[in-house]
Structure formats: C-alpha cells, structure tokens
Ligand binder design. Structure first.
Ligand SMILES: Cc1cc2nc3c(=O)[nH]c(=O)nc-3n(C[C@H](O)[C@H](O)[C@H](O)COP(=O)(O)O)c2cc1C
Length: 232
C-alpha cells in the first residue's frame, strides 16, 4: 500500500473495538516516531506507552471521556521537554558524538550558537518549540500506523496539567503534548467510518510564488537583521 493510499484509508477513529495491535506493528510505529527529524537533532520529546486498562481508565477521565482511550490497544502519550538547559543540550550532543566516535567538542561552536539563540527566546518559547518537535514524531506515527492498517486517533482533547501529574511527567522535566490511541475501528458503531474525507482544495492549499512575487515584500531589510543574529 502506498503512503498516499494509507493516508486516504486512515481517519480519526471515533470508536475502537478493543482488538490488540500485534507487538511487531506497535514497534514499527514507535520506530517510525523515533526516526522523526527534530530541530538541531535534540529529540526534545519522548513517548510513554500505556496499555494497562486501569491506567487507561484514569486517563479517559481527564480526556473528556473519549472512548478510544479505553477501547484502544495501546495509548501513545507524546511528552516534550519543559525547558532547554545547557545540561540537556550538552548531553544530547555528547551522546551523538559518542555514537559517531567523535570528540565531545566537535560541535561546540554550533552548540553555543543554539544555546545563545535559545537564551534570547524565553521559557514559553522553549515549551512551544519542544512541543512542535513532538508533533513531527506524532505525524510520522500516524502515517506509520496507517501503513500498518492500524487505526489511530490524534487527540488533543485532554487536560495536560492533570496528565502530567498522573504520569509523573513534571518531575522528569516533561509536559504531555498530544495523545495517539492505536487500535482497530469498530465499523458497526463508528459514525465517522464511512464519511467522505474532506480536505482544503488543492488550489487553496498550495500556492506557487516567484521571485517577482516576493520582491515587494521588504525582505531585504529583514534578512539583514537575521544575518546579524546568526553571526552572533
Ligand atoms: C492535533 C490534533 C488533535 C485532535 N484532537 C482530537 C480529539 O481530541 N478527539 C478526536 O476525536 N479527534 C481529534 N482530532 C482529529 C481531527 O478532528 C481529525 O484529524 C480531522 O477532522 C481530520 O479528519 P481525519 O483525521 O479523519 O482525516 C485531532 C486531530 C489533530 C491533528
């Protein structure tokens, strides 16, 4: 099945039937999520896998009682760093250099550029930036699930602060960002299963621009400003 066919097959399943997803399919989906690119390769997020029915029941209570949380096979909880610290970033680069068998200081100049940049942005920006990276992994997990003919529901409808307490994420320096129950559709009882997939029309979604189109935008002045920042 091509990726496009898989994406046309998938939908945000509203009712799952409780069937277990085989371990090898689960691992495939998690591996696709792990392979996601991230800003500066920091992988500033992780995934918590929950399949314990008692814990799923508790999570459902803070996810507006969405039935997929308990009717799924496995729930993936995406969680991202709650801040960027020198230690965290240094650890990522040290691990990368170890795996590549290079000295730890190989990327020191790049590391100081991003640390300086992050320092100018503030804590709120850091939380958002980390969360955005987790969504790239989330998107790949959705696509991989579809490829494996596993249903998945992207879920933002939950109370992240409460989930962070329940899953002890705060003390680990993480915040939950988004949920992905994996399982199989309950065809007989899911109102969405046979509905047409609707997307923004191509001509609205995609526009092409030329140099001439951009010429009037005032970009010259802006780009000089950005160059100045990157030379810091
Ligand atoms: C970030 C995100 C959060 C979402 N949150 C929920 C949710 O809490 N509950 C739900 O049933 N669907 C949720 N959806 C599903 C969307 O409504 C759905 O993806 C969209 O309508 C497109 O339909 P399709 O996925 O079936 O193609 C969410 C989707 C995304 C991408």
């Amino acid at each position: 099945m091509s990726l496009l066919t898989a994406l046309q097959w998938r939908y945000a399943t509203k009712k799952m039937n409780g069937t277990k997803v085989p371990q090898e399919k689960l691992e495939y989906i998690l591996e696709a999520a792990r392979m996601a690119p991230s800003s500066s390769g920091l992988q500033q997020y992780k995934i918590i896998v929950v399949s314990d029915p008692r814990l799923l029941e508790k999570i459902k209570g803070i996810a507006y009682n969405q039935s997929q949380i308990t009717d799924c096979s496995h729930l993936l909880v995406f969680a991202a760093w709650d801040e960027y610290t020198d230690e965290r970033i240094t650890q990522v680069f040290n691990d990368m250099m170890d795996e590549r068998q290079l000295p730890h200081d190989t990327m020191d100049s790049y590391k100081s550029v991003i640390l300086d940049l992050f320092e100018t942005k503030g804590k709120e920006w850091e939380v958002h930036h980390a969360a955005k990276q987790s969504y790239i992994s989330f998107g790949l997990a959705i696509a991989a699930a579809a490829e494996q003919k596993v249903d998945a529901t992207p879920i933002e409808g939950f109370l992240p602060d409460q989930l962070d307490i329940l899953l002890k994420l705060k003390e680990q320096g993480y915040r939950s960002t988004v949920l992905l129950p994996l399982g199989y559709r309950d065809e007989a009882n899911d109102w969405l299963v046979h509905m047409k997939k609707v997307r923004t029309r191509k001509e609205v979604f995609i526009t092409e621009m030329t140099y001439e189109d951009a010429e009037q935008s005032g970009f010259e002045a802006m780009s000089q400003g950005l160059d100045g920042l990157m030379q810091k």
